[in-house]
Design a protein around this ligand. Structure first.
Ligand SMILES: [Zn+2]
Ligand SMILES: [Zn+2]
Length: 239
């Protein structure tokens, strides 16, 4: 009944800006003022890890010094839509902790744009970064799964919600920094149905990329299960 009621209310109430609440003429998610405050990660950036370059460079597929050095990475491409700052933080925290699940629709549009190079390289499935079941019960939804669901509607790429699992409960990554983050999530993820992952080109979906330790652990589990490639796509990234 509550669901139906909220559907009816939505029909009669005009769409509002998901950040400031201003009434919008179209359901665009954000009003023009709030949209202008967003800091999108734009070219030039490293073709592989997506890290933006400070200086303008003309070459198309430029690789950063870090990627040129590092040979062993489980990722093919990493992309994020926004710089992680106060503006993107608010939108993401609202989706994550304040039941603003409708934000997923707008954030997924930006994921779709940021994934341009990934879609060009071709992919088979979207996989959201999973939560441990205890945290899922507490929060009632997985924000990454909501993002993947909305992104799937825009791209037509299927979502695999069940193969990758977080079997180990870990402390929230915000409590740690650097190497401690790596240690905290080490071995926390596994693939329950390797037959669904084998030979697949996977895009991992998450809200924020901080040091990349969580995404790396997920990618290692997916690779172990036989994934052909793993790309990552997040709403924001700490630069
Ligand atoms: Zn606004
Ligand atoms: Zn790079």
């Amino acid at each position: 009944m509550n669901g139906l009621l909220s559907q009816i209310i939505k029909i009669f109430l005009p769409p509002r800006c998901i950040k400031c609440g201003a009434v919008l003429s179209d359901d665009d998610g954000l009003c023009p003022q709030c949209f202008n405050e967003l800091n999108f990660i734009t070219a030039p950036y490293c073709y592989k890890c997506g890290h933006p370059f400070e200086e303008a460079v003309s070459s198309k597929k430029l690789i950063c010094a870090n990627c040129a050095k590092k040979h062993k990475t489980p990722f093919r491409l990493n992309r994020s839509a926004l710089y992680y700052d106060d503006i993107s933080k608010d939108l993401i925290l609202a989706l994550k902790f304040m039941d603003k699940t409708e934000n997923a629709k707008t954030l997924a549009k930006w994921l779709c744009m940021a994934g341009y190079d990934i879609w060009k390289e071709e992919v088979d499935i979207l996989v959201p970064v999973p939560l441990h079941y205890k945290r899922l019960i507490k929060r009632r939804y997985n924000q990454s799964a909501l993002l993947a669901k909305e992104l799937s509607k825009l791209t037509g790429i299927k979502v695999d919600y069940t193969s990758l699992i977080k079997h180990k409960a870990t402390k929230p990554q915000v409590q740690f920094s650097g190497h401690e983050r790596v240690k905290n999530v080490r071995g926390a993820f596994s693939v329950k149905h390797p037959e669904n992952i084998k030979g697949q080109r996977v895009v991992l979906i998450d809200d924020v990329m901080t040091t990349g330790s969580t995404l790396k652990e997920c990618a290692l589990a997916l690779k172990k299960a036989g994934a052909k490639s793993v790309d990552t796509l997040t709403v924001a990234r700490v630069i």
